[in-house]
Design a protein around this ligand. Structure first.
Ligand code: 13P
Length: 254
């Protein structure tokens, strides 16, 4: 059985002070929810203070990006070696990185390998844009992204896949649970082909894109979906705690 995971991607929001306050507002309620892995991903500058605030807590910390080199003349970049003492996860291949900052699958795969080599767990994002969705190319696009982003990645022990259709991100127009489940099943079949059935069954696949507390069950109740990567709603304590609760309810005996 795969442990559900709910991750909050705070994107470029929150000063250090605001990040600490946001965590403070959620932490007691998040800590009280059992059986769900909870991750918050603040901006880089808030990682160290939040790591201190989370010492001994049952909530993990993630970064939103990293470079693949361990150190050197790469102005403005942050290495996985720098992140490893501060956080457990790193989001890689987010569609905003791909679309706004020109990251391609080859770069994403180098980052995935480097993050794993430094002991980080990776949330690897894939997803089609609106034109691709409307052209019926979703499966093609996500299969290609997944295969290419996992190039030379030897194992998936610390990899989580997030299916985030670009047209659903920040639009208030999520995919349907059925659509997302179908894509997750497709992604899992790709993993089966690349890594074998056991690894594919063990690997968690999240949905992301306009998830809020009110629609979270539609996704976390799907058999192929193991949690959510949450943007906007992760900045609202009641919403984020509500989403984590929906994932916990899925586990409760019926
Ligand atoms: P929203 O939940 O704001 O749609 O963002 C999703 C996302 O991009 C998470 O990484």
């Amino acid at each position: 059985m795969r442990t559900p995971l709910i991750a909050g991607n705070w994107k470029m929001n929150c000063s250090v002070e605001e990040a600490l306050r946001l965590l403070d507002e959620m932490l007691p309620r998040l800590s009280a929810i059992q059986g769900v892995e909870k991750v918050v991903c603040p901006p880089f500058v808030a990682l160290a203070p939040l790591a201190r605030a989370l010492e001994g807590a049952d909530v993990k910390l993630g970064a939103q990006n990293c470079y693949f080199e361990p150190k050197g003349a790469f102005t403005g970049e942050i290495s996985p070696a720098m992140l490893a003492p501060l956080c457990q996860y790193v989001i890689l291949g987010h569609s905003e990185r791909r679309a706004i900052f020109g990251e391609d699958d080859a770069l994403v795969s180098r980052k995935v390998r480097a993050a794993l080599a430094h002991g980080l767990s990776v949330i690897l994002c894939v997803g089609e844009n609106l034109a691709e969705h409307q052209a019926g190319r979703t499966a093609d696009v996500v299969i290609n992204q997944l295969q290419a982003s996992l190039e030379d990645v030897l194992g998936l022990d610390r990899v989580v896949i997030a299916y985030e259709p670009v047209w659903a991100i920040g639009t208030g127009q999520p995919a349907t649970g059925h659509q997302a489940n179908h894509v997750a099943a497709t992604l899992r079949s790709v993993l089966r082909g690349l890594y074998g059935p056991e690894t594919a069954e063990r690997t968690r696949i999240l949905y992301g894109g306009s998830v809020i507390a009110a629609n979270a069950s539609e996704f976390v109740d799907q058999p192929e979906i193991d949690g959510a990567l949450v943007g906007g709603a992760s900045l609202k304590p009641d919403e984020f705690v509500g989403i984590v609760n929906k994932a916990a309810v899925r586990l409760a005996p019926q």
